[in-house]
Design a protein around this ligand. Structure first.
Ligand SMILES: C=CC1=C(C)c2cc3[nH]c(cc4nc(cc5[nH]c(cc1n2)c(C)c5CCC(=O)O)C(CCC(=O)O)=C4C)c(C)c3C=C
Ligand SMILES: [Fe+2]
Ligand SMILES: [Fe+2]
Length: 343
């Protein structure tokens, strides 16, 4: 029997330093997230970052935590429940990090008689620190614990026309009562090095975008390319003026250069250029989470207003909205009936 496995990033069990620490340990010790040799990673993560970050992160999590739990988890659960209602197949939800493991989710599917799984990483874009690490983890689980299961993976859907339409409609809805000087697409950042590492040709990606018009197999795994492509498709779909739409990258950790421009610098720059009405969309995430609710909706607003900005709006992620649930149900049901996947 066929079944579906959704996987998102995960959250700590509670917004306390005690629970944030093991969660961050698992997350940052992932060699696809902090991609340095294991000895150096140990020193960097356990010797330096985890000495102070859990306390700081726990404070941030406290600001956005819901009564039912972490917004990322609660929203992903609601989404899963709604998709379940629109398919005959068993559907399970797992997280890459934390206590809701992918192994438990696969077991749940197995217990319902599933032996053919469609894996859906809940990320629109490919990055080794998001999409790829989910796929590798689930493949490891499958080989170690469920060797009889057949696994198929949904490709990154950043340019799927139906997804672009659903995302565009949600942006149009968010902009309905908001006149903006600038619409910022703030994507989660990654180190520039990850772009070079993920380029199978090793020559194509130039980081500055000069490569993106040249068709290349590298685009299948180029996060930066996919972010700019998604932005262009949404802009064209909505017929938005080019000079009012821009891209930036948020949530960087100190150290090597990350993808630029940095979102927090843009928050300071816009008011200086007379752009005092800012709308922000965070399309690297399908569900609102710490990075959108705290960093963008709260901190970002403060930074923008401190710099002289006057009106600020964060447009929510697609979350468990009916159009997004319907589209996902359509994809999984298409796969069940025909083995066809959106590209
Ligand atoms: C080297 C560090 C990190 C990389 C690379 C990275 C890539 C990346 N992350 C997401 C999605 C999410 N990240 C979230 C939180 C978060 N991310 C990092 C670090 C890297 N992410 C940290 C340390 C944290 C934890 C919080 C903190 O201490 O700041 C979240 C939110 C989780 C939640 O519980 O709400 C998401 C979602 C993507 C898509 C991505 C690569 C494209
Ligand atoms: Fe992250
Ligand atoms: Fe490129």
């Amino acid at each position: 029997m066929k079944g579906v496995l959704f996987v998102n990033l995960g959250s700590p069990d509670s917004p306390t330093a005690k629970d944030v620490k093991p969660y961050l340990d698992e997350f940052l010790m992932d060699g696809r997230v902090i991609d340095v040799p294991i000895i150096l990673r140990n020193i960097l993560v356990r010797g330096i970052i985890l000495q102070t970050r859990p306390k700081k992160s726990a404070q941030a999590y406290k600001k956005i935590w819901w009564e039912e739990g972490s917004p990322l988890i609660v929203i992903s659960e609601r989404f899963t429940e709604k998709v379940k209602k629109q398919t005959k197949m068993p559907v399970a939800l797992g997280m890459r990090y934390g206590s809701m493991t992918t192994k438990k989710a696969l077991q749940e599917l197995k217990d319902q008689g599933v032996d053919e799984v469609l894996l859906v990483p809940l990320y629109p874009h490919y990055a080794m620190s998001s999409y790829e690490t989910v796929v590798v983890k689930v493949m490891e689980d499958q080989q170690n614990y469920f060797p009889e299961m057949k696994l198929t993976t949904l490709p990154a859907f950043y340019k799927n026309p139906d997804y672009i339409k659903v995302l565009s409609d949600s942006i149009a809805e968010g902009l309905k009562d908001f006149e903006y000087d600038q619409l910022l697409f703030s994507y989660h950042g990654i180190p520039e090095r990850h772009i070079r590492k993920s380029d199978p040709t090793k020559f194509h990606c130039k980081i500055d975008g000069s490569c993106c018009q040249i068709n290349s197999v590298a685009h299948h795994t180029c996060y930066r390319h996919q972010c700019y492509e998604m932005t262009k498709l949404v802009r064209e779909h909505l017929g938005l003026p080019e000079n009012k739409v821009s891209v930036s990258f948020q949530s960087r950790l100190a150290g090597d250069p990350w993808l630029k421009p940095y979102t927090d610098y843009e928050f300071e720059r816009f008011p200086k250029e007379g752009k005092r009405r800012l709308a922000v969309i965070t399309p690297a995430f399908v569900a609102d989470c710490l990075e959108t609710l705290e960093e963008i909706a709260m901190e970002g607003k403060e930074q923008f207003e401190e710099g002289g900005g006057e009106h600020y709006k964060h447009i929510p992620c697609l979350n468990d909205s009916p159009d997004w649930v319907n589209l996902m149900a359509q994809w999984v049901n298409e796969w069940e009936a025909t083995e066809t996947l959106p590209l």
